[in-house]
Design a protein around this ligand. Structure first.
Ligand SMILES: Cc1cc2nc3c(=O)[nH]c(=O)nc-3n(C[C@H](O)[C@H](O)[C@H](O)COP(=O)(O)OP(=O)(O)OC[C@H]3O[C@@H](n4cnc5c(N)ncnc54)[C@H](O)[C@@H]3O)c2cc1C
Length: 404
């Protein structure tokens, strides 16, 4: 069966109500997962997800779908480890085919510095129950015979870092399954509905609802999960976020006839590649250096990323680029998410997802739902609160983004 020969998404559409218990701004993976877990774990179903375009139209439908938990510090390991565990169960949980595929993620090491940091990371991973092994150069060559182990004579591969749980899933399907699950239990999803302002208490200390192009809606709990547009929406609550929005590009080629099993990334050349279910080679790298809100995809990125990929995988020279696209990433200073309670009563955030948020969708949805339901920051996301910047407790895990 291919990905198009399958049932359609079943969503029910509703007229907006005047009042909800919870309003979620943003119909990306994080907003939808929070609605899903509110409904399935806390029986909170008087919920509206408000999306200015269509669900999954932001980064959650534009990413390269890599799921992994090979993080370098315990706080991140626990959080992403939980997310990967939830992903492994998500098809069963939602009763939907998400095209989830465990592949293993192989990072190529080109230097002693790569090796030292990888050994450290492998120890942290196994300490928290996730399997990451250091491979010798011959083991890497056996695993990916297509590799030029000399790296074009410039970037010789001295070993690899194999994270066994590395996987991919079809992004749209993840979004739709979560939307369906929440919607089936009563959550409303309003597409083409833009939040233009927040309704605040007179003294500005509490959120009361949202002002949209389809009218005002009231709720005592509002979650802002709007990806790269976060600073615009949080400023409506008088909150400044330590976030910069940077475009991130990706592209796919035509299909490669052989099975290319693992996800392969280079720690030095800053690119990664995997094969889609259709056989296309899907590639990405790091964000554009200049902050911006435009979706322009450019030749510069294509040239650099393709050059790096072809250096390591010469067969890619024969492939053709089919599509290139861009998303807007909410980059936090410590490359970690900012989650949960804020100084504004009833106003919650899910941001700082940058280039790494697809893999975190289930765990963040689960923890944010618990935070909204109980009024207490859920344990797993306590280290990721907005208050960490004032307390000087930022996360020291920049290397785990995979493209730094
Ligand atoms: C090219 C690319 C590749 C990536 N690859 C990976 C990867 O391999 N692995 C990984 O883990 N992560 C990856 N990411 C990052 C990941 O996609 C994001 O971190 C994640 O999808 C963020 O989800 P979100 O729900 O927070 O935001 P989004 O999916 O962007 O959703 C936010 C939604 O809010 C809506 N919105 C904005 N403003 C308003 C408003 N005023 N009113 C109503 N709605 C509004 C938007 O339309 C949007 O649909 C990648 C990102 C990109 C761009």
């Amino acid at each position: 069966m291919n990905e198009f020969q399958e049932r359609k998404v079943k969503l029910k559409w509703h007229e907006p109500k005047k009042t909800y218990d919870v309003i979620i701004i943003g119909g990306g993976g994080h907003g939808l997962a929070t609605a899903y877990f509110l409904a399935t774990r806390h029986n909170i179903t008087n919920v509206a997800v408000i999306e200015r375009k269509y669900i999954g139209g932001g980064n959650s439908g534009r990413n390269t779908t890599i799921i992994r938990a090979d993080y370098g510090i315990p706080e991140a390991m626990k959080f992403y480890g939980r997310s990967v565990d939830l992903y492994y169960e998500l098809e069963k949980e939602t009763d939907r085919w998400l095209m989830f595929k465990p592949k293993g993620m192989l990072r190529l090491m080109h230097s002693e510095a790569n090796l030292t940091s990888s050994i450290k990371r492998a120890h942290v991973n196994s300490e928290w129950g996730h399997q990451t092994d250091i491979l010798s150069a011959p083991e890497v060559a056996r695993m990916v015979p297509e590799l030029d182990m000399s790296g074009g004579g410039k970037y010789p591969v001295i070993g690899g870092f194999l994270h066994h749980e590395g996987a991919t899933a079809r992004h749209d399907r993840v979004n739709w399954a979560l939307a369906e699950g929440a919607n089936r239990l009563g959550a409303h999803i309003h597409q083409r509905t833009e939040v233009q302002d927040l309704i605040m208490s007179e003294d500005g200390s509490k959120v009361k609802g949202v002002r949209t192009n389809k009218g005002d809606m009231y709720a005592d709990q509002v979650l802002c999960a709007v990806g790269g547009h976060v600073t615009k929406v949080t400023s409506m609550a008088g909150l400044r976020m330590p976030i910069r929005t940077h475009p991130l590009q990706a592209f796919v080629t035509n299909h490669y006839e052989r099975n290319f099993d693992p996800i392969v990334a280079s720690l030095t050349l800053h690119f990664y590649v995997s094969q889609t279910a259709r056989g296309e080679m899907l590639m990405g790298a790091h964000v554009d250096r200049q902050p911006a809100y435009n979706y322009r995809a450019g030749y510069d990125f294509l040239q650099h990323c393709a050059h790096h990929a072809m250096t390591m995988l010469p067969f890619m020279r024969k492939l053709r680029v089919l599509r290139q696209w861009t998303g807007l990433c909410d980059m936090s200073p410590d490359a970690s998410p900012i989650l949960g309670l804020t100084p504004v009563d009833g106003f919650h955030i899910s941001t700082g997802w940058g280039t790494w948020g697809f893999k975190a969708i289930p765990a963040s949805g689960e923890s944010l739902a618990a935070t909204i339901a109980t009024g207490q920051q859920a344990e797993l996301i306590q280290p990721f609160g907005l208050d960490r910047f004032a307390k000087d407790r930022t996360m020291g895990d920049l290397g785990s983004t995979g493209t730094h």
